[in-house]
Every structure is written in structure tokens, then in C-alpha cells.
Design a protein around this ligand. Structure first.
Ligand code: HEM
Length: 466
């Protein structure tokens, strides 16, 4: 048993072009023709891609002697995020860091950020144009950035926060979104106006600015755990060792990088589906009204249908076509083949999420499935898995629920775009054209029934790739 997983007959260059043009379609075609494990020429030594919960389980439970994640990402992100954040560690240091951070990222603690999330969402809503169609994604991006900033630095005084926010905004908008992350060979600093030179200079401004704020906070007489920086300053391992300032800086930069772009896209996909489904809108608004959330205190964690809608959106809409990237340290037997050392290994989230043998009515947006059925961590995997499952999952899910509940309370978004196709933004997929919408009020009558507008003729392209 020493066969490598099969690959398509296409020339490696053609494979890349086809994947970049239509990632979900190409992955579906390869799965149909080659099975649940195959290899594409998407990285230097090839990329093994698995498409079933059983194979995902084998990936997520393989030891560090076979698969590492930090080492795989460090070449790409190390220059920007630093090398000591959870995302880039491996082995025992990674597990220790997770042990230290996980209790501080529990759902109950993340819920304390509810008011800042609500406030950020309301501000974005106020800024939305009321008289014309516009792209929703930039507004969701703004909301998610504001949310992560407020959660990180809630207790930083406004005069200190204002310049730091601008530096981090530049970092988030112009550094971490650089396409050069996909092409390490082109990362050459040829002066301040060259593409990588710009990224480098932004990073060189950002890292000391964040460090300065950590040191300012450490010098303060009283400590607080009312924001994430406070939680990180307060954290210490079993032997009482706290995180160093540099480790906290790298964690903060990672959270800015990992924590808002993904959530913004998840929110845009969520709106793309919910606001075209009048049955779902009606049930959601009914649930919100019944629990007197509208107008009363927002308690989104007691709304099972809202929770199910958000989880179903993460299943149905794939912002990450294949994720959980790992580097193979030595050959790994997998699905009757051997994944070769040196190759990358990824899990095709979309292929797993659309499997008919796991998900009844797999190609339908059907939130009820998450109320009635429990899925294993290898079936519902939008946040990855194993010891590297997304640290921000409770935060992101909570934020999605708050933002959707607030939107539903305030406005009806009319989707004015006919074809909604997945389109690349950095390494993620977002609705094409940023999702064109118009803000409409809820009519006074039947406002909470959600049945008042004609259903726009919206087609979700990726339905055809199931
Ligand atoms: C809907 C929004 C989000 C999605 C879909 C998402 C998805 C993911 C995925 C797929 C991974 C990789 C897991 C693996 O390798 O198996 C990951 C890792 C990670 N995410 Fe998220 N994420 C989201 C939001 C957030 C937020 C809000 C934060 C922080 C506040 C965050 C922080 C992290 C960190 C630190 C890791 C690295 C974990 C590790 O390597 O141990 N994410 N996320």
C-alpha cells in the first residue's frame, strides 16, 4: 500500500487555473471522478484533499509526527503575525497555549461582549445608504472589524484607542489581505511603493503600536478582564507563568487577522440566504418576537431557530472551500493510499457539508436539521477540527446571532442581485459583487410575519456544485 492518492489528468497549471476559476465546481468534479481522496497541484509538493467525515477524522486525529499546521503557515504569515501565536505553534507549545486560552474563550465569557457587538452593528446599520442599492460586504466587514476592536480593547481609553484603531485598520485592510501571501517568492521589499514594501511598512508600524498598548496596560495599577487584552494579560499556565508581551501581541494580531474577515464573509453569506427566504424570515422574526427580544434585552442564546439558521448557513455557504491546512511530515496512510511527506493536506469543507449520506436534503438550506439532528465534529466542520478547531468559534457564532437579530429587528434587506456566485477574496469565498442589497423598512402590518415582499429571483450558483 504505497500508492499516492490519484489526481486529475489536467496539466498542473490547468489544475490551478480551474481551481482558481471555480473552486467548488472543480473540487466536486474531482471528487466525482477520483473519489473521496485525491491530489491537486495546488502547492509545491502537491495538495492531498479529503472529502469524507471518516477521512477528516483521520486527519484531525493524526499525531504531530505526521501532520503539523503551524509550520505550514509560518512561511506565509510568520512575517506579519509573529511566530508565537496559537495559529503558528505546533506540538506541546501549541497544546499548552490552547489549554491556557480555551477557558478564556468560552461561550459564557464571549457573551459579555454582547453589548459591544450590538453597538457596532447599530452603527453600521445607521451608515447604510437608505436610497440606493449597495454592496453589503463592506458593511459587514466594518461591523466585524469594529466588534473585534471593541472586544480586544474595550477598556483602552479613547485617546489611546483612536490612533491604534487606525493602525490596525490599515493592517487589516491593506496588509493581511495582500495577494502576495499566496506567492511567497514575490515577497520582495523593493521600497515603500512596491507591493510587499507597503505590507512590510504597515507591519513595522503595527507591531510596536500593539506592544506599546500591552505595556501601558501592564503598568496600570489595577487589572481588568473586561476585554480580550485583559484576559490575555491575566492568563497564566499551570506553573503560574504568564504570557510575555510579545506572545500577547502575536495573539492580538492573529485575532485581528483570523477574527474579522472570516466573520464578515460568514455574515454576508448568511444575509444572502436568509433575506431571500420568506418562510425562514417569518419563523425567525416570530421567534424573536415571542421571546420579546425585539425592544427588550437581547438574549440570542435562548433562540434555537436563530442558532440553527447560523449553523446551517455555515454548512450551506462555503467561505472556505478546503481548509485545515496541514503539512505532511512523514507518509500518512489514508483511505487506501499514502499521502506523501512534504505535501499539504486539506479537508474539503464544502464537499463534506454537501454529502447526501450525512445531510438529508444536503443541497437545500434547511435550518431545522440543526434543531433535530446532532452532527459529529467531523461532519459539521466550518470551524475546522481536532486540537486546532477555531479558537474564536463561540465568539463568531455569538456575533453572527447578534448581528442577524439586530438586522431583523431594524431592516429588511432586499437582495437586488440575480446571480450570487462564490467569488475569491484573499483565501476565502464571498458572494460575488459584495452582495448587492437595498435597505427596506418592514411594513407596519405583518411586520413580524416576514411575508410581505415578493421573493426576489435569486439563484445561488454553488447549489449546482453539490
Ligand atoms: C465565522 C467565522 C470564523 C470561521 C468560519 C473560522 C474558521 C476557522 C478555521 C477553519 C480554522 C482552522 C482550524 C483547523 O486548522 O482545523 C480557524 C482557526 C482559528 N481561528 Fe477562526 N474562524 C472564524 C472566526 C474566528 C474569530 C472571531 C477568531 C478570534 C476571535 C478566530 C480565531 C482563530 C484562531 C486563533 C485559530 C487558530 C487555532 C489553532 O491553530 O489552534 N476565528 N478558524
Amino acid at each position: 500500500m504505497s500508492r499516492r492518492p490519484p489526481g486529475p489528468a489536467d496539466h498542473p497549471l490547468v489544475q490551478r487555473v480551474r481551481y482558481m476559476r471555480d473552486p467548488l465546481g472543480y473540487l466536486a468534479k474531482c471528487q466525482r471522478e477520483l473519489g473521496d481522496i485525491f491530489m491537486l497541484a495546488l502547492s509545491k509538493h502537491g495538495m492531498v484533499i479529503v472529502c469524507s467525515p471518516e477521512l477528516a477524522k483521520a486527519v484531525y486525529t493524526a499525531g504531530d509526527e505526521y501532520l503539523v499546521a503551524g509550520e505550514a503557515k509560518i512561511k506565509v504569515f510568520g512575517k506579519v503575525l509573529g511566530t508565537s501565536s496559537t495559529l503558528l505553534l505546533d506540538g506541546a507549545p501549541h497544546l499548552e497555549r490552547r489549554r491556557l486560552l480555551l477557558p478564556r474563550f468560552r461561550g459564557e465569557i464571549m457573551q459579555t461582549f454582547g453589548p459591544v457587538m450590538l453597538e457596532a452593528c447599530r452603527r453600521t446599520l445607521d451608515a447604510m445608504p437608505k436610497d440606493r442599492a449597495f454592496a453589503l460586504h463592506p458593511f459587514m466587514h466594518r461591523t466585524a472589524f469594529e466588534v473585534i476592536m471593541r472586544a480586544l480593547f474595550a477598556t483602552t481609553p479613547p485617546d489611546v484607542l483612536a490612533p491604534l484603531r487606525e493602525t490596525l485598520r490599515e493592517f487589516a485592510n491593506d496588509a493581511i489581505t495582500s495577494r502576495l501571501f499566496l506567492f511567497p517568492a514575490l515577497q520582495k521589499d523593493l521600497g515603500p511603493w512596491s507591493p510587499w514594501g507597503k505590507v512590510r511598512r504597515i507591519v513595522d508600524r503595527t507591531r510596536p503600536a500593539v506592544l506599546a498598548e500591552i505595556r501601558r496596560r501592564r503598568r496600570q495599577a489595577t487589572s481588568t478582564t473586561a476585554d480580550i487584552v485583559g484576559l490575555l494579560l491575566d492568563a497564566h499556565d499551570d506553573s503560574g507563568r504568564p504570557l510575555t508581551d510579545e506572545e500577547i501581541r502575536d495573539e492580538i494580531l492573529t485575532m485581528v487577522a483570523a477574527g474579522h474577515e472570516t466573520t464578515a464573509m460568514a455574515l454576508t453569506w448568511l444575509c444572502s440566504t436568509v433575506f431571500t427566504r420568506h418562510d425562514i424570515l417569518a419563523r425567525l422574526r416570530g421567534e424573536l418576537a415571542a421571546q420579546q427580544v425585539l425592544g427588550g434585552p437581547l438574549d440570542v442564546d435562548r433562540l434555537p431557530y436563530l442558532d440553527a439558521v447560523c449553523r446551517e448557513s455555515l454548512r450551506f455557504n462555503s467561505l472556505i472551500p478546503n481548509g485545515s491546512g496541514r503539512l505532511l511530515k512523514k507518509p500518512l496512510p489514508l483511505g487506501g493510499y499514502v499521502a506523501p511527506a512534504g505535501a499539504m493536506l486539506t479537508v474539503a469543507f464544502h464537499q463534506i457539508h454537501r454529502r447526501a449520506d450525512v445531510f438529508e436534503r444536503a443541497d437545500e438550506f434547511w435550518p431545522e436539521r440543526f434543531i433535530d439532528a446532532k452532527y459529529t465534529p467531523y461532519e459539521s466542520i466550518a470551524f475546522g477540527g481536532g486540537t486546532r478547531r477555531c479558537l474564536g468559534m463561540p465568539f463568531a457564532l455569538f456575533e453572527m446571532k447578534i448581528v442577524l437579530a439586530t438586522l431583523l429587528d431594524q431592516v429588511r434587506l432586499e437582495i437586488v442581485q440575480r446571480d450570487i456566485k462564490p467569488s475569491w477574496r484573499g483565501m476565502f469565498l464571498t458572494p460575488s459583487r459584495g452582495l448587492q442589497v437595498r435597505v427596506r423598512p418592514w411594513p407596519a402590518t405583518a411586520a413580524r410575519a416576514g411575508t410581505q415582499s415578493p421573493r426576489p429571483d435569486v439563484r445561488h450558483e454553488d447549489l449546482h456544485h453539490g
